[in-house]
Structures are given as structure tokens and as C-alpha cells.
Design a protein around this ligand. Structure first.
Ligand SMILES: O=C(O)CCC(=O)C(=O)O
Ligand SMILES: [Fe+2]
Length: 296
């Protein structure tokens, strides 16, 4: 089998995460079909907490931004869900031409511009995080690594029975950071807090973005920036759309837990070194169990 050398090839080689998506016609259904029922969405051990959790809101222009970034304890992060997804890597041109043969340019321009802005923002956040993790490091190799990114457009149609269906099943994101924009002022995103309570993350304002830590940053930071389980609920009357920009390293990079900063002297790495490609393959096969597979 050919070895993937880009994120895009790696996604194509590992389509497992899409295998259990069963498309349904949202216009014709009156009830959630059995294939899409989730029996325990609001059961007692996993309750639905409406209060906004203690998610830090960080102004990137604040003078103490590096310190504030270090306080990020919640960050955002199977799918037989009632959701549609469209993933864009680099140019959406081919897909857009198929969808709108005569009118694809505006969409492409907006998407390319959005990706460019998200890439720049991700890189800015990435440097702040590295400055926090390794404040005294002269090591520039990880700071100047080649990044990759993908933009995913998520659409969650109204659902006749939102208590028995999920928009997106519980998962953690894989790469370094996900920058999420929720539109229409419609909530749906929930994170699993340490006490095992699912908690809604309502949109704060139109110009606030949600930053979610992915598994690879969790490993690189030796657990200092933990990735968080999250899922998406659906709504009976509101259609929700979100844009998730995934930012990460090239698939041939090696992720080595950073344990050499001043504060971390004497700290043992909790995870073994892992190549991004190997990690993505393991995650595609074993989903969330991948974490225990690379933990010491
Ligand atoms: O739609 C959302 O709020 C979350 C999307 C998400 O978690 C993902 O695309 O990985
Ligand atoms: Fe996610």
C-alpha cells in the first residue's frame, strides 16, 4: 500500500471514520430512523448541563496573553449522525464546480480567504502555546515546522426528535488545534467535563472563536494542554452550521513530548514519540483507544 505523504492522502487512505455514516433524506423523514437513534443522550450519568462552563475567553491582544493561554484547561475539541460534512483541503474548486457549475467562484474565494486567515491565526496561537511550553528554548525547529490545515463545513439540519439523535458523536480532534466558528447563534456543541457531565458551549459572540486542543498537541505538551471530548446535539427547529479549521503538522513529522522547559525539569514523558502518519492510522482503526496505545 502506498504511504501517505500528505494529510489529504492520509484521510483518503483511512476512510473508516466515514464508513458508518448512513445518509438520510432530511426533507422526507418524520422521525429519526432506528439506524440513527442514540439511546442514552440525556441519561443520568451523562446529564445535560445548561450552565455555561468555566471556559476561558482569551483576548489575543492582551499583554499577558501567553500566561492566559497557559490557563486553557477546556478547549474544544463514530459517527452515525444526522450531520452533513464537507472537508476542504487547499482549494475547494473541484467540488464547487460540481455543485455549482456556473457559480462556483464566490464560494471558492470566500473559502480560500477564510482558510488563509485561519492558518495565520492558528500559527499565531501555536507560537503563543510554544512560548508557554518552552519559554527558554532556543530550539526553533518546532516553531518553524511545515503546517497543514483543513477546513470542515458542518451542517446540522433540524431533527424531529433531538433527544434521540446526535449531530456529531463524542470524539476528540486529532491534530494540534481546531478553530471553530458556530453560526446562526445556535448552540449544539457540548464538552465532557472531568465530572463526566456534558456541558453546552453556547456561542459567545459573532467574533469569538472556539479553540479546541487536538490529541497531537495533548501529546506534544505532555498532557499540559489536554484534548477534550466533545459532541454536537441537534435542534428541533434550528438548523446549525459550523466551520472547523484543523491545524496540524505534516504527516511525516515526529511528535515528541516537550518535557524540557524550565518548569518541567524532572518530568517524565507520558507518551512515546509518534509519527503523525502512524498516529492518524492508529486513530482511524482504533478511534479514541489510540490514546492508551501511545501512553507509557
Ligand atoms: O460543530 C461543532 O460545533 C463541532 C464540530 C466538530 O467537533 C468537528 O468538526 O470535529
Ligand atoms: Fe471535533
Amino acid at each position: 500500500m502506498a504511504t501517505a505523504s500528505t494529510l489529504e492522502e492520509s484521510f483518503k487512505e483511512n476512510p473508516q471514520s466515514l464508513q458508518h455514516i448512513l445518509p438520510i433524506d432530511f426533507h422526507s423523514i418524520q422521525e429519526v430512523p432506528n439506524s440513527h437513534l442514540w439511546p442514552d443522550i440525556n441519561n443520568s450519568s451523562i446529564s445535560h448541563d445548561e450552565k455555561n462552563p468555566n471556559v476561558p475567553i482569551i483576548d489575543l491582544l492582551a499583554p499577558n496573553v501567553v500566561e492566559l493561554i497557559g490557563k486553557m484547561t477546556f478547549c474544544l475539541a463514530s459517527r452515525t449522525e444526522g450531520e452533513s460534512r464537507f472537508t476542504i483541503m487547499d482549494s475547494p474548486l473541484d467540488h464547487a464546480k460540481e455543485l455549482w457549475p456556473h457559480d462556483y467562484q464566490i464560494f471558492c474565494d470566500v473559502m480560500e480567504n477564510y482558510q488563509k486567515k485561519m492558518k495565520a491565526l492558528s500559527f499565531q496561537l501555536w507560537l503563543l502555546i510554544l512560548n508557554y511550553l518552552q519559554p527558554y528554548s532556543q530550539e526553533h525547529s518546532i516553531k518553524s515546522f511545515e503546517s497543514t490545515g483543513a477546513l470542515q463545513l458542518n451542517s446540522y439540519p433540524c431533527c424531529p426528535n433531538p433527544n434521540h439523535a446526535l449531530g456529531l458523536a463524542p470524539h476528540t480532534d486529532s491534530l494540534f488545534l481546531t478553530i471553530l466558528h458556530q453560526t446562526n447563534n445556535t448552540k449544539g456543541l457540548q464538552i465532557l467535563k472531568k465530572d463526566q457531565v456534558w456541558t453546552s458551549i453556547a456561542p459567545v459572540s459573532n467574533d469569538a472563536l472556539i479553540v479546541n486542543v487536538g490529541h497531537l498537541l495533548h501529546i506534544l505538551s505532555n498532557g499540559e494542554f489536554p484534548s477534550v471530548y466533545h459532541r454536537v446535539l441537534v435542534d428541533q427547529t434550528k438548523h446549525r452550521v459550523s466551520l472547523a479549521y484543523f491545524f496540524g503538522p505534516q504527516v511525516d513529522s515526529m511528535i515528541v513530548p516537550l518535557v524540557s522547559s524550565k518548569d518541567n525539569v524532572g518530568v517524565e514523558p507520558k507518551y512515546r514519540n509518534v509519527k503523525v502518519k502512524e498516529y492518524l492510522d492508529l486513530k482511524a482503526k482504533h478511534l479514541e483507544k489510540v490514546f492508551s496505545m501511545i501512553r507509557f
